[in-house]
Design a protein around this ligand. Structure first.
Ligand SMILES: [Zn+2]
Length: 127
């Protein structure tokens, strides 16, 4: 069972503490990707934040994918769209899978606010 964040494993009594929950959670994410890097398709055993934490990327499932060491280092804090589309190993199918993962599990992230006068959001578009 793949839950959205480590504390859910504790809550569901699948793990006795947060440390174990986090390990289990990370392993389940890699299993969901078959230990293949979401970007290049090679063997991967690290976890990448699709939207970098530095820019407010959350530490929850829709933002976490399996990634190889190489891509994890290379991508660093660059926005995923810009970084991935520049890579030689860019692959449309893999990109679709990343978007699917990100979107299916994060409906809240697909909202866009339109700023009106004084920066106050006046409209919310659900994409
Ligand atoms: Zn990779």
């Amino acid at each position: 069972m793949l839950l959205s964040k480590p504390s859910d494993y504790v809550f569901e009594m699948l793990a006795s503490n947060y440390g174990k929950a986090k390990k289990m959670w990370r392993r389940h994410i890699k299993e969901a990707w078959d230990y293949k890097c979401a970007y290049c398709g090679k063997y991967g055993d690290t976890i990448d934040h699709i939207h970098p934490q530095t820019y407010g990327g959350i530490d929850e499932l829709p933002n976490m994918i399996c990634c190889c060491n190489h891509c994890n280092k290379e991508k660093s804090h660059e926005p995923v769209e810009i970084w991935y589309f520049q890579q030689d190993f860019f692959n449309q199918e893999r990109w679709d899978k990343i978007e699917e993962w990100r979107d299916n599990r994060a409906p809240a992230q697909r909202k866009r606010y339109i700023r009106g006068r004084g920066g106050i959001p006046t409209k919310c578009i659900v994409l």
